[in-house]
Design a protein around this ligand. Structure first.
Ligand code: GDP
Ligand code: MG
Length: 390
């Protein structure tokens, strides 16, 4: 049988961000390789093609394309997400499916800042990722002078988005050479991990609040039942606890609990887990539903919000939005249509920050301070925060 997950170190969620082909997946594989070779480490090596193809997701036919790997440094346990394409970043970051406590921004020393580099920094800022460590990757192939310029440029980009680019760690690495076992570049990955360990602080976890977990994925384990996966947003849950599945309109009992394929008896805020639910049909639960302590949340559909309307330069709209506008709202893992009322202002131009009232097409768990994204035709056009639930 599988060994149980034993919580010996604080757990954090991090991930790689950055422009396509700058080496995010290679670096992710290299990190697991370097840590798997540390003595006494609890890390298994995860090869490039197991991360990039995310075989489990592909088999389930689920299109969220997010690969989770886990590893341990001397002081921490990390769940690390790597995503194949830019659209996956937008979707998973803005919806909070990738609940990042910190991020590794991968920038190719050969290419410098590219459009997706800048957009991911903007997204990270919007979703409340407060700490970014920079991996200047492909340093094996770049020349020092050019790499110096790229470093300056990255620090400026971070500062422009409120990250304090002067203080951010910028580490020159080569994921590819480290994967090949080159000692110099293996040391560069060690240095990057030390920077992550020290620069990204342990976030506050709301473990005392009532349990809540947005459903990211649903799958069936033959002979055992329906399993939902996701990151615990707050509280704790144990095997045997009663939970409510909001959206499915059902109450049930958690009969199994796992993290990264290993059983655990108690999961808490910040953990990535799979919950086995008693007697719930596979098609009764969907991504976007929320599992919570019974009675602890009442789903609603009307709220006020502060919303930043992205400018065209940031990938947003070129034209203003007006009262009556009906885009998609990405709230936690849910994707739901909503109608916008801008009140007296009546219109909001790209680049504006406005107050609006939103009426969603269905009830979802809402609370003041909850972040969300507004999407239209496959792109992010706004980012907001719930004010008052009406
Ligand atoms: P991603 O799209 O950001 O995940 O990038 P990949 O990890 O798939 O890498 C894109 C390409 O860059 C591949 O051909 C890699 O072999 C190459 N690459 C990645 N890291 C390095 C590196 O450190 N040095 C060099 N020279 N090439 C690299
Ligand atoms: Mg990749």
């Amino acid at each position: 049988s599988k060994t149980a997950y034993v919580r010996t170190k604080p757990h954090l969620n991090i991930g790689t961000m950055g422009h396509v082909d700058h080496g995010k997946t290679t670096l992710t594989a290299a990190i697991t390789k370097v840590l798997s070779e540390r003595s006494g480490g609890g890390t298994s090596y995860v090869a490039f093609d197991r991360i990039d193809r995310a075989p489990e997701e592909a088999r389930r036919g689920i299109t969220i394309n997010i690969a989770h790997v886990e590893y341990e440094t001397d002081t921490r346990h990390y769940a690390h997400v790597d995503m194949p394409g830019h659209a996956d970043y937008v979707k998973n970051m803005v919806t909070g499916a990738a609940q990042l406590d910190g991020a590794i921004l991968v920038v190719s020393a050969l290419d410098g800042i590219m459009p997706q580099t800048a957009e991911h920094v903007l997204l990270a800022r919007q979703v409340g990722v407060d700490h970014i460590v920079v991996a200047l990757n492909k340093a094996d192939a770049g020349d020092d002078e050019l790499t110096d310029l790229v470093e300056l440029e990255v620090r400026e980009l971070l500062t422009a988005h409120g990250y304090g680019g002067d203080a951010a760690p910028v580490v020159r690495v080569s994921g590819l050479r480290a994967l090949e076992g080159d000692p110099r570049w293996t040391a560069s990955i060690e240095a990057l991990l030390d920077a992550v360990d020290t620069y990204v602080p342990m976030p506050v976890r709301y473990v005392d609040a009532p349990f809540l977990m947005p459903v990211e994925n649903v799958l069936t384990i033959t002979g055992r039942g329906t399993v939902v996966t996701g990151a615990v947003e707050r509280g704790t849950v144990r095997v045997g606890d009663r939970v409510e599945v909001l959206g499915a309109g059902t109450e049930t009992v958690v009969t199994g609990l796992e993290t990264f394929g290993r059983p655990m008896d108690r999961a808490q805020a910040g953990d990535n887990v799979a919950l086995l639910l008693r007697g719930v049909a596979r098609d009764a639960v969907r991504r976007g539903h929320v599992v919570a302590e019974p009675g602890s949340v009442v789903p609603r559909r009307r709220f006020t919000a502060r919303v930043y309307v992205l400018s065209a330069r940031e990938g947003g709209r070129a034209t203003p939005v007006a009262t009556g506008y009906r885009p998609q709202f990405y709230i936690r893992t849910a994707d739901v249509v909503g109608a916008v009322d801008l009140g007296e202002a009546a219109v909001a131009r790209p680049g504006d920050t406005v107050t609006m009232t939103v009426e969603l097409g269905r009830d979802v768990p809402l609370e003041p301070g909850l972040g969300f994204a507004i999407r239209e035709g496959g792109r992010t056009v706004g980012a907001g925060t719930v004010g008052e639930v009406l």
